[in-house]
Write a protein that binds this ligand. Structure first.
Ligand code: SF4
Length: 767
């Protein structure tokens, strides 16, 4: 690595560990390796009856942090704020128009440039793609912002550090496959740097073809189980290069093979004999999904700093009884603890953004929870399942490395889209060229073969009907012949299991009554209708200060109903002078508010409602002449076996005689919402067939700062044919509900599930 002298120890692992004591500083690429070497060194001291010792083994990132903190303590960089990863993401998102994916790509590219000591200004913007040009303008903005606010990210920190002034006699580097140039520059101060390697002498190495990727996992699990049963205490390593993508499959196969008792019940075992260095997203745990479900049902309209929202959310969860009364198992306890850590970290965003709304705060927390990979604590388990780079430098008694077929090992190159390809190749940046990938994986493969006494290098012979060969980095090792164990056949039997969902639970009576909400739910998600209107599931609303969103909507309806019952037409509206209009609005608002007990909130509500109604009536004045012939008109509609009772918000008649059905709304409605075979909005189509003399429909969007009167007289079809279409569509939905069709099938899962509140019952997240 990087031209340093290599010191190899191969007589015994104990001698290698003893050698650690001769260095002043030992750097490792991962915290895992540093921890392991510290433990091994401590065990050796205990074995030698040495009660006191001193050693400095630390991961590279830990060492860089230490240098930064030393500088802070010296008072040299006090005014600079080191951005943590979350703060940095928020800063970049502000620059990339809130696009999280682009922000992450930009952070990667920026970090690579910093780690390679290449100023972004040295890239000639005239000779690069438009994507790179955009990235360069972002760099300019980011740099200007960091200079103005005194921000510094982890990669930029490298150029600000200088090594400790204390001269060290010897530094060992252990387990590095490569080191970034900016770090090398930092290490340059000391000429006594060596690479220390333990190479297992005479390791037994085989390559092992496997039927496919699943069999490969099962075989590795059975192999590890057999070694455990022989009561070998030395660590067993399993390296899976694409572990992060296959976490659930790996967990499933290892738990069933090594701990078949987990099949008997949905039970979490604290003491697993294996540790998987990957995990699930924090947001995917049911207990965390429940927390977000509670949080997103609250409505607040204030702007606060993240630290205030953090405190507020902690209190809100606490008063709502989350995470529940039963005793949490160890995994749940760790997950909840990690979530609270996230809330505490959230406070740090105060420095990088202005006060934000509650909805933004919840969405930022969700974004972070969905990118936080959570691992249960079982680091000391005898079987360690790791990704390709996580095994760097670790010593095992037995090691299995899988997925080494000719297409995946070395992997195809994937240069960064925001950096010029020539530059990436010239500086041998990660994934820049096939040559670089080959050198890198050759080195890793060689290290695998030196890390354990018995090494199996396997590959799947078939993936998706495609035949694969062993990577030529492993094919020269002798083939290991393995029998197909009976257990593998049992696993394969699972392939022939069918799942069949019976989601129909028909009614056993002739007629069913309901409201428009029933048909709306059936249209957007049949399970939602089943749960709400058959099982009568109610999602409790969180208590909150002030009125709920729904209560505010009711108030607006009530005020407008009273107003139009009294005024009755546009002619009468125009005849009112300003004072009379004001009095009339006041009376309407007061009338609407009589249903609530007077309070401070209601005073504020009165002011808000008065302004809203007043603004709305200005818009009504601009319409052509009309009479209000009904407000809140109750109608009964029969659709197949369903008897629906509903109320039409308002019915107007124009001077031409045309009758318009009007629906008051606060959100956006699009024509397409009514046109599909599963309409997103069923209200107006239902009114249209329930009040046949109407010849058009309208949405009255009564929303502060976004008032609109959308009058629809024409669709793709003439209005009469449109009504016939709606009659068919709504009858089919009614028949579906009556037949008990209850699939979990949200029409647009993001939007539909967002305000539903039933996700813990329907388990859409685990589908
Ligand atoms: S959460 Fe989504 S999938 Fe589940 S019932 Fe509600 S809408 Fe349907």
């Amino acid at each position: 690595v990087c031209g340093y002298k290599i010191k190899v120890i191969s007589d015994s692992y104990e001698n290698f560990v003893t050698e650690l004591g001769s260095a002043d500083l030992i750097l490792t690429p991962t915290r895992r390796l540093a921890t392991r070497l510290n433990q091994d060194y401590a065990s050796l001291q205990a074995k030698n009856n040495n009660p006191v010792w001193q050693i400095d083994i630390i991961s590279l990132n830990g060492w860089l942090e230490r240098l930064w903190n030393d500088r802070q303590d010296d008072g040299q960089q006090k005014s600079i704020l080191r951005l943590n990863a979350w703060q940095n993401l928020i800063v970049w998102q502000a620059i990339t128009d809130n696009n999280e994916q682009l922000a992450r790509l930009a952070i990667d590219a920026w970090s690579i440039l910093k780690e390679w000591n290449i100023p972004w200004q040295s890239i000639d913007s005239n000779n690069v793609s438009s994507d790179i040009q955009v990235f360069l303008t972002w760099c300019q903005q980011y740099q200007a912002l960091c200079a103005k606010e005194n921000f510094c990210d982890s990669a930029s920190m490298l150029s600000l550090l200088s090594p400790s002034s204390k001269e060290l006699n010897k530094i060992y580097l252990i387990g590095f496959t490569d080191i970034k140039p900016a770090v090398l520059k930092l290490l340059d101060f000391n000429t006594h740097i060596e690479i220390l390697e333990y190479r297992v002498p005479d390791a037994m190495i085989n390559h092992a073809p496997q039927v496919d990727a699943k069999s490969e996992l099962v075989q590795a699990a059975l192999w590890a189980k057999a070694l455990l049963n022989q009561e070998l205490i030395a660590p067993i390593g399993i390296i899976i290069p694409d572990l992060a993508k296959r976490f659930n499959e790996v967990e499933n196969i290892f738990s069933r093979t090594i701990m078949p008792q987990t099949l008997l019940a949905n039970h979490y075992f604290d003491q697993k004999p294996y540790n998987i260095s990957s995990g699930n997203k924090l947001s995917d745990f049911h207990i965390i999904a429940a927390a977000f479900n509670l949080l997103k049902n609250s409505l607040l309209r204030e702007h606060k700093a993240p630290s205030e929202w953090s405190e507020f959310i902690k209190n809100l969860l606490h008063t709502s009884g989350w995470p529940g009364e039963r005793v949490l198992n160890s995994l749940e306890y760790q997950v909840v603890k990690r979530f609270y850590e996230l809330l505490t970290d959230y406070v740090t965003l105060d420095c990088v953004q202005k006060p934000i709304s509650y909805a933004t705060a919840v969405s930022q927390l969700y974004q972070q929870a969905s990118t936080t990979v959570f691992q249960g604590e079982s680091e000391h388990a005898p079987i360690q399942i790791l990704g390709a780079l996580e095994g760097e430098g670790l010593y095992f008694q037995n090691l299995w490395v899988m997925g080494l077929d000719n297409e995946s090992w070395p992997p195809a190159c994937a240069p960064h889209p925001f950096l010029p390809i020539d530059m990436q190749r010239q500086y041998h940046m990660p994934h820049a060229s096939q040559e670089r990938e080959y050198i890198f994986t050759s080195h890793l493969t060689r290290r695998f073969t030196e890390q354990a006494h018995h090494v199996i290098l396997s590959y799947p012979a078939m993936i998706d009907d495609k035949t694969l060969q062993p990577s030529h980095l492993i094919r020269d090792y002798p083939i290991l012949k393995q029998d197909t164990p009976a257990e593998l056949e049992i696993f394969d039997l699972n392939l022939s299991l069918e799942t069949w969902q019976d989601a129909n639970v028909p009614f056993k009576k002739d007629k069913v009554s309901g409201g428009v909400g029933l048909l709306q739910s059936q249209s957007v998600c049949p399970f939602q209708a089943f749960a709400r209107y058959r099982l009568k599931v109610e999602v409790s609303e969180l208590s909150q200060s002030g009125l709920t969103f729904a209560e505010r909507g009711e108030l607006t309806h009530a005020a407008l109903e009273y107003f139009w019952k009294t005024i009755e037409s546009s002619t009468a509206l125009h005849a009112l002078n300003n004072d009379e209009l004001n009095v009339m609005i006041n009376t309407s608002v007061d009338h609407a508010l009589t249903q609530f007990t007077p309070s401070k909130h209601l005073e504020l509500e009165k002011i808000r409602l008065h302004k809203l109604v007043s603004d709305w009536l200005q818009l009504e004045k601009a319409r052509s002449e009309f009479k209000v012939i009904h407000t809140e008109k109750s109608i009964d509609i029969e659709l197949s076996h369903l008897k629906l009772r509903t109320r039409i918000d308002r019915i107007d008649q124009l001077s031409s005689g045309e009758v318009i059905l009007i629906d008051y709304k606060t959100g956006q409605v699009f024509q397409n919402d009514w046109l599909d075979v599963r309409p997103r909005q069923v209200q107006l189509p239902l009114y249209a067939i329930g009040f046949p003399i109407a010849s058009s429909v309208a949405i009255a969007k009564v929303k502060a700062n976004d008032l609109q009167f959308q009058h629809y007289t024409e669709f793709d079809l003439p209005f009469d044919e449109m009504k016939a279409h709606w009659q068919n569509v709504l009858t089919e939905l009614a028949d579906e509900f009556f037949a008990g069709t209850a699939q979990v099938a949200p029409i647009d899962d993001e939007q539909t599930c967002r305000y539903c509140g039933l996700e813990l019952l329907c388990r859409i997240r685990s589908a």
